[in-house]
Write a protein of this length. Structure first.
Length: 217
């Protein structure tokens, strides 16, 4: 895949802008980072955009993604020129491909979601006390780093999550706790599928397809 003709590569701002847009494209289209090291990926871009200097996975992650992460803490405060906004904080848990239990925190600012942090809780007890520790850490981060004020907290209505709400109100009496209705509807739909054998067979096939995509992306 070597170049057959000499090409003057982009330098400075143009190359930097290309790398940034390429990073955004991969994230928006859910393209795995290992694709940046694939020979045909390099061939495609060198053929149709020969002036661009292609970056491998390591360079993209180190130069671009790390930069986005460093800038993320300045996005929310700058939007309001230092004045804090009121936000809704959410947390959800699931198992990743490696079957580890992950808790993700997210805030919602004027209907726009902003993912914050993820926590691997596989090795700890899934109880209200440990969940409260995560919640307090996130609230302090939102207040001290992002400069926003949490006014509501949303999650599923599992027993430990509901139990955690009581000490949370003792720490922050003004925070409103609400249930995630998307999660509740998901439970209802799951119960509906269970009473119909044809639905169960169809869901089993769909799950296999989803697993295949998860393990090959």
């Amino acid at each position: 895949y070597a170049e057959t003709e000499p090409v003057e590569h982009w330098l400075g701002p143009m190359q930097d802008q290309f790398a940034q847009d390429l990073c955004r494209l991969m994230v928006a289209c859910n393209i795995a980072w290992w694709a940046a090291d694939h020979p045909y990926w390099t061939y495609f871009w060198s053929k149709y955009v020969p002036a661009a200097q292609m970056l491998g996975r390591a360079r993209l992650l180190d130069d671009q993604v790390a930069g986005y992460a460093a800038d993320a803490s300045t996005i929310l405060p700058n939007r309001d020129k230092g004045q804090g906004r009121y936000i809704v904080w959410r947390c959800y848990s699931w198992k990743n491909i490696a079957m580890k239990s992950i808790v993700l925190s997210m805030i919602n600012v004027k209907f726009v979601p902003h993912p914050l942090h993820s926590y691997d809780i596989s090795a700890v007890i899934k109880n209200a006390e440990n969940l409260l520790e995560i919640v307090l850490t996130e609230i302090l981060y939102c207040t001290n780093v992002l400069g926003v004020q949490v006014i509501a907290w949303c999650t599923d209505c599992s027993g430990e999550a509901l139990k955690m709400c009581r000490p949370l109100h003792e720490w922050f009496p003004w925070i409103v706790t609400v249930e995630c209705w998307a999660h509740q509807i998901d439970l209802v739909v799951g119960n509906y599928f269970k009473i119909n054998v044809s639905y169960i067979k169809g869901m089993d096939k769909a799950i296999e397809i989803v697993k295949w995509f998860n393990n090959h992306s």
